[in-house]
Each structure stands twice: as structure tokens, then as C-alpha cells.
Design a binder for this molecule. Structure first.
Ligand code: GTP
Ligand code: MG
Length: 574
């Protein structure tokens, strides 16, 4: 797009002993963003495999995944197939790097070849279906159907199908109840909910399939995932946020010589927003009419950030396609960066997101609820407030930036340090249990009426406007990312924080009862604050958690029951 976007490079070493990350990164991973694909390719090529792996940048990883996706196909399979025969058949077109099967209203296979020529060869031998009473749009995509003649069906067991859906709250509760400490529970929660390698590959493949449609108009375009698909906080089942990136087109048109030159004649729009809307409306129409497996396409072009929303049935993903949305991509990069600095960041974010979802504090339906993005920024802010702080301020990340880190997007300075080895983290040894407890107390008593949350300064600021919740947008600093949140939703959040803080304090008492949820699991029980939530119209049959726990404490007739009367009294920090 026309707006300036300077070369932006981010390089860092992860400083913690990170769990195996959902992005497939190893501990001590270095991350670097560069603006050009060629720079990334050259960078990757010149390294030995090991060195390359160790110094892989975030953008390199993304680029590799995108390239893998372009060499992949998605195949709908019959209920029973012989895996070896299937692979033998496909191998005629070239070497298969990897493959996996999954279930989404039927079995599907993702098959990645080692070269793109294999895709061309495979497509060459693939038929357009002969349909009776209907007509087919002859669009040759990489979403295929395997026809397996009945006579060749075998008794081979179906290959193992990889799970793509998140476990239910009941399953999570069961898993966590087997753990001995809250810290173990929170580790387990992240491991259970985080995106798997296969799920990430599928997300990139869906973007790549979409790119094939958009590529009919803009051959140099790329469709990139952003948001929780790449920011390391995604959970199984989260939507796929996509950006239609047309930078490649603008980049090639900036070659200016001193002599004669030619210029494309272009249609002009009233504004950048108008151009974005018109491009998205056309792509949306194509996705609707020609995109195999794409259903329920909605053009939501009047939104602050215009988008096309649709469901991709074969993957089961809800997709939001935007364009000209670089700040959001930069925010994803920033959250990813924070997630790498200390493993506790991801554990705390996963637990807070899960807890908020269980109580309908967040929702997949747009409305006056707090969003996952806002919640994540709230966790970052809280971790900046620890003594000593666990995370640096955004201003500090900017101070540490080198000249090549300079990044300005649409007039907003989005510069952050690229070499994270420049960041000195302070020794903070708080356990996850302590952090969760204090997060709940912190926000249960935060002066939301007068203060705003500001991760750039890492300090509360006075609220510039009277909205219920004010969280400064990290890069577009005059904006509030939680402007949509109303007073009722904020009150529910605060009340839930207080109640949950109290429940967490009852850990030892609850642990004595073998059939009672304790620790983080107790926080997932229905709460007294649920009434005004997203599910307000559905009456909850269960008693509120605090009443149930109170009853339990009464029935245990132990001294700890006294603490019931003290509910909330511990949370009077402010
Ligand atoms: P999920 O709920 O798991 O989808 O989390 P998410 O982080 O993907 O959130 P969402 O799909 O709502 O938004 C995608 C990305 O858009 C976020 O990660 C942010 O980078 C960005 N984003 C979302 N809301 C805002 C906002 O209000 N302001 C800005 N600047 N960016 C936003
Ligand atoms: Mg999302």
C-alpha cells in the first residue's frame, strides 16, 4: 500500500527455557523480520542447516511455512483408505515430505510435496468432476477429492486422525484435576490448548488456497495469517485472521531510473480505505462464487477494519480476511515477542483467556465484551508491574532499537528492538500460581474509573476519555483497543476477578475434598457473575461456584470455613 513501511527487522533470542512452542520454535530461537522475501531466502541459504535452525527468524519461519503450504494439497478422503496405497499413488508425482490425516465432518489429508512441480503434475492428472443436473465452476484449486473405487476398498485400519478441535471444558477439568500443583495445571493447560504443528500447517495451507483465488487478480499478492494463529497465544479452534498483502506489487513498482520510464495506468479510489473496500469486495465475491469449501461469505466492509468473513469447511476454520492492516500484523509480532521473553507469559495468557472464555467474559460474537487481544495486553501490563518487572515496557523496546529497526506505519512509530539479546531481564522468580493470584487481585482492584492501561509506559495513565475500559493501542497510541467494552461487562470482569482470587486462596481446603475441583479448575466453575454474560438468556442450572464451595467448606466443618466470611477482604490493595 502507499503508506510508508520502512524496513523492519526484529531479531531476538528467546531468553527463557520455553516449552515447545506452537510455532515450532526451539528455545533460544532468534527472530528477525525483514521486509523482503529475497533477503529472507538469501539469509536462509547461506547458513548450515544447524546454524540456520538456531538463528531462524520469525519472518523466516513464517516464510518457510508459507512456502511449505504452497507445496501442499488438501484431499478429502473416503472413510476407509489404505494409507500406503494412497501415498504410493501420490508419490508418482514426486517425493512427499510429510502428510497427516484429520477429521472435519469427514477425513482429510494434508500432503506436502518436496517440490512445486509435483503440484503441477498432480493437477495435470486430476479431473474436473462430471456433475449431473448442475454445472461446475472449473476452478482448479488444491482442494481435491480422492475417488477410491469400491472394489479396491480394504480392511486396513483408517490412518490416525489428528485432532484439530480444542478439548471441552469438562475434559480440561478432568486433565487438570490429575495435577498436583497450580503451576502444573497451568503448564498442562497450555500444552492441551495450544496450536499443534499440524494445525498451524493447515492454517497456512488455507491462506495459501485463498491466495490462489486472490492471485487471479493480483499475481504478486500474499495472504498471511496474523493474530493468534501466529502470535504464540492461539488455541485450537481459534479463527484464522488473514491479511491480503499487496506490498509485493508496490515494491516492484518503485524502481525509478533516470531516463524514460513507464507507469501503469490505474483506477483511483476516493481514499485508501475505499480502495481496500473495493478490493476486498471483489475478492469476497470470488471466494463466495469460486472458492471450493468456502461458505457463509460475508463482506463486512463498513467495519473500522474492513474484512471478508467466511467459513472454510474442509479445515473447520472461521476466517477473517483483511487488507492494508499492517499495524495488526505488527501487534501480532509484538505479542509474539513478549511471549518469547519468558515462558510464564504464555502460561498466564492461556490461563486468563481460558478462564475468561469459560465465564463468557470473552465471546466469538462481536459485542461489548473484552476481547482476547485486550486480555493479552492486560496480562502484559500486569507483568510489567511486578517487582521486579517480568516484561519490559514498549518504550524500552523502542529505546533499545537500532537504526535498522525503524518502522513507521501510516505515521505511527512502530519501532521495537530487533536484537533481543540487548534486553536485560530482571530476576523475577514468581511462580505461576502467585502470578495468577495477583493478576486477579490486581484487576479486581484496578481503578478503571480513572486510570488507563498503557504497556508503552508500563504505568497507569489518567484516562483520556470516559469509556469504561481504556487500554491504549500499543502502536496507534491515540486509540483505545477496548472502546467497545461497556460498564456492565467491565463490572462482570472485576467481580469475577475478585471471586476467582478468593477461590484460588481456598486451594488447600478444597484439595482436602477428593471430589471437589481445586486450584485453576475451581476457577472454571460457573460464577455468581455469569448472569449478565453472553449466555445471559440461558439460565444456568448450577449453583455459583462460591456458594458450592461455601457449602463444601461448611460440610467439611473445618476451621478453614472461617475464610468464607472473609471473601473479598484480601483484595483491598487499592
Ligand atoms: P482470538 O480471539 O484467539 O482470535 O485472538 P486474536 O489475537 O487473533 O484476536 P482477534 O482475532 O480479535 O484479532 C486479531 C488481531 O488483530 C489481534 O491479535 C491484534 O493483533 C489485532 N487486533 C484485534 N483487535 C484490535 C484492536 O482493537 N486494535 C488493534 N490495533 N488491533 C487489534
Ligand atoms: Mg483471531
Amino acid at each position: 500500500m502507499a503508506a510508508s513501511f520502512s524496513v523492519c527487522r526484529l531479531r531476538f533470542r528467546a531468553l527463557g527455557g520455553i516449552d515447545k512452542l506452537c510455532l515450532g520454535l526451539e528455545p533460544q530461537t532468534q527472530v528477525r523480520f525483514t521486509s523482503t522475501t529475497s533477503a529472507i531466502k538469501a539469509q536462509t541459504k547461506n547458513k548450515t542447516a544447524k546454524a540456520a535452525k538456531e538463528s531462524k527468524t520469525f519472518q523466516v519461519i513464517q516464510e518457510e511455512r508459507r512456502e511449505e503450504a504452497e507445496r501442499s494439497v488438501l484431499i478429502s478422503c473416503p472413510p476407509k483408505i489404505n494409507e500406503n496405497k494412497f501415498l504410493d499413488y501420490l508419490s508418482k508425482h514426486g517425493t512427499i515430505n510429510k502428510h497427516f490425516f484429520y477429521n472435519s465432518y469427514g477425513a482429510y489429508a494434508v500432503v506436502e510435496f518436496s517440490s512445486r512441480e509435483s503440484i503441477a503434475s498432480l493437477k495435470e492428472s486430476t479431473n474436473i468432476p462430471a456433475v449431473e443436473h448442475e454445472a461446475a465452476v472449473p476452478f482448479k484449486s488444491r482442494l481435491l477429492s480422492l475417488k477410491w473405487p469400491g472394489s479396491q476398498s480394504s480392511n486396513h485400519p483408517m490412518p490416525k486422525l489428528k485432532e484439530q478441535s480444542p478439548p471441552s471444558i469438562n475434559e480440561i477439568t478432568q486433565l487438570l484435576s490429575e495435577k498436583d500443583t497450580i503451576d502444573e495445571q497451568l503448564h498442562c493447560l497450555t500444552e492441551t490448548l495450544q496450536l499443534t504443528e499440524e494445525n498451524i500447517s493447515l492454517r497456512f495451507l488455507v491462506c495459501s488456497l485463498l491466495r490462489d483465488i486472490a492471485g487471479a487478480y493480483f499475481p504478486e499478492c500474499v495472504i498471511r495469517p496474523f493474530g493468534s494463529s501466529v502470535n504464540s497465544f492461539g488455541k485450537l479452534g481459534c479463527d484464522v485472521d488473514m491479511i491480503l498483502d499487496l506490498d509485493g506489487i508496490y515494491a516492484t513498482s518503485q524502481k525509478k531510473g533516470s531516463g524514460l520510464s513507464l507507469e501503469y495506468q490505474v483506477k483511483r479510489g476516493a481514499s485508501e480505505r475505499a480502495v481496500t473496500q473495493s478490493i476486498l469486495s471483489v475478492i469476497g465475491k470470488c471466494v463466495d462464487q469460486f472458492g471450493p469449501g468456502c461458505v457463509g461469505v460475508q463482506n463486512i466492509l463498513q467495519a473500522r477494519c474492513p474484512l471478508v468473513r467466511f467459513a472454510h469447511q474442509p479445515s473447520g476454520f472461521q476466517c477473517d480476511l483483511t487488507a492494508n492492516n499492517r499495524v495488526a500484523m505488527k501487534s501480532s509480532e509484538l505479542l509474539f515477542l513478549y511471549g518469547q521473553l519468558d515462558p510464564r507469559v504464555r502460561h498466564l495468557v492461556f490461563s486468563v483467556r481460558c478462564w475468561a472464555r469459560a465465564h463468557s467474559i470473552t465471546s466469538s460474537i462481536p459485542g461489548a465484551w473484552i476481547t482476547n487481544f485486550s486480555l493479552t495486553v492486560m496480562v502484559v501490563f500486569f507483568l510489567q508491574q511486578r517487582n521486579p518487572p517480568i516484561l519490559p515496557t514498549l518504550d524500552r523496546l523502542k529505546e533499545l532499537a537500532g537504526p535498522s529497526d525503524k518502522c513507521v506505519i501510516e505515521g505511527n512509530d512502530c519501532t521495537i528492538v530487533s536484537d533481543l539479546s540487548k534486553i536485560t531481564l530482571q530476576q523475577n522468580t514468581d511462580t505461576l500460581e502467585k502470578l495468577l493470584q495477583e493478576f486477579l487481585e490486581f484487576y479486581g482492584n484496578f481503578p478503571f474509573n480513572k486510570a488507563s492501561i498503557n504497556i508503552r509506559k508500563g504505568k497507569e495513565q489518567s484516562k483520556p476519555e470516559t469509556t469504561a475500559l481504556y487500554i491504549q493501542n500499543p502502536f496507534e497510541t491515540t486509540l483505545n483497543i477496548s472502546k467497545n467494552v461497556n460498564a456492565t461487562q467491565l463490572e462482570r470482569f472485576v467481580a469475577l476477578c475478585r471471586e476467582s482470587a478468593w477461590l484460588l486462596q481456598q486451594k488447600e481446603i478444597l484439595k482436602q475434598s477428593s471430589d471437589s475441583p481445586w486450584g485453576f479448575t475451581a476457577l472454571l466453575l460457573p460464577s455468581v457473575t455469569s448472569g449478565a454474560g453472553v449466555k445471559s438468556r440461558r439460565k444456568r442450572k448450577l449453583e455459583p461456584a462460591s456458594s458450592r464451595i461455601k457449602n463444601l467448606l461448611d460440610s467439611l466443618k473445618i476451621k478453614g470455613g472461617e475464610t468464607v466470611a472473609k471473601k473479598g477482604s484480601a483484595n483491598t490493595r487499592r
